[in-house]
Design a protein around this ligand. Structure first.
Ligand code: ADP
Ligand code: MG
Length: 321
């Protein structure tokens, strides 16, 4: 196992795999600071998210997934703002690194960066506890950003993709119970797909948006709090995959969909009067499916069952507010 120096890490990050998209980059990696410019009719959007071993991912997962993840979590935030990502900076901290690990990390990071045409423009490299922090910058046409604080009573609540797969995938990794049928759930945890293509269509119509990182229930509550509204969610409408239902009992799957983290799907609200135009506009084969799961109400978060009665979930006390 050959260990790699700081300079070799920076060189590898700089040269090895990155397509340079050169979007308004005046100075990239190599000086004391990066220099970029944005056009006058755009606003600059900045997100920062760090992941650390044992907190955001279990020890021992593949390096490629870690490289993917530290960028993906930021791309997901950028998608939730309705913005287009352009430039990333990476703080890379690890006690010691071998060549193969570094190559795989860079592969995971760069495949995702190149897919979304993001350039790495700088960062810092530290020999320390395992932690990766990315600051991502992107642009949005002036006043076209989507906030979490602007949901309105009567708006429809939508989510992209499926809920709950990732948290079950994580559980499988933690319990070391991976087999051929649960492999896809593990992949859903290891390689979240930030919903940028979806976001660009959604943000033309949405009144509010957030990405689902902590779990649908908890992230929807953030929207409600910021927007000073409530919501009614129909449990039977939650998008739960066959894959998840084949892996765990239905009640556990509902639990995972509501409370499981790491989905990195989008939760957004659409004003009723835009519903038809939005759905027409959204139809496209390269976008993940969306599901309407409920409606914004005046107050409280109400979970409803098939008969429109309050949903009772055994084993968990709900905090209503
Ligand atoms: P300084 O000491 O001036 O901060 P460094 O020697 O730390 O510069 O870094 C040299 C260049 O490499 C800088 O442009 C910096 O942004 C870049 N860099 C360092 N670490 C990383 C990293 N992990 N990812 C991307 N760029 C990096
Ligand atoms: Mg310097």
């Amino acid at each position: 196992m050959t260990s790699v120096s700081e300079i070799e890490i920076i060189d590898a990050l700089k040269l090895k795999t990155f397509d340079n998209h050169y979007k308004n980059i005046i100075q990239g990696i190599g000086d004391d600071g990066a220099i970029t410019s944005i056009d006058a009719d755009y606003h600059l959007v900045t997100t920062t998210d760090a992941i650390s071993e044992g907190v955001h991912y279990p020890k021992g997962i593949e390096a490629k997934a870690i490289g993917h993840r530290c960028l993906a979590v930021n791309l997901s935030d950028m998608a939730a703002m309705g913005a287009e990502p352009l430039w990333a900076s990476l703080v890379f901290s690890k006690p010691s690194i071998d060549q193969l690990w570094l190559e795989q990390f860079i592969l995971g990071f760069s495949e995702l960066a190149n897919k979304h045409k993001v350039s790495l423009i700088g960062g810092d490299t530290i020999s320390g506890p395992e932690l990766f922090s990315v600051t991502l910058q992107g642009i949005v046409p002036k006043n076209k950003h989507i906030r979490r604080s602007t949901a309105k009573i009567g708006d429809l609540v939508y989510v992209t993709g499926f809920l709950g797969n990732a948290s079950q995938g994580l559980k499988i990794v933690q319990e070391d119970k991976k087999n051929s049928s649960s492999k896809k759930l593990v992949q859903d945890f290891l390689y979240p797909h930030p919903r940028l293509t979806e976001s660009s269509a959604i943000s033309r119509f949405a009144s509010s948006m957030i990405d689902i990182s902590d779990g649908f229930y908890s992230d929807l509550k953030k929207v409600m709090k910021a927007s000073n509204v409530g919501a009614e969610i129909k449990i039977s409408d939650l998008p739960i995959s066959e894959l998840l239902l084949n892996n765990i009992p239905k009640e556990d799957a509902i639990n995972a969909a509501l409370f499981g983290g790491d989905d990195y799907e989008l939760c957004f609200t659409i004003p009723r009067e835009f519903k038809k135009d939005f759905l027409e506009d959204y139809q496209s084969t390269d976008r993940i499916g969306i599901t309407c799961v409920g409606e914004i109400k005046e107050k409280n978060l109400l979970l409803l069952d098939d008969h429109n009665e309050e949903f009772e979930l055994s084993g968990r006390a709900f905090e209503h507010f």
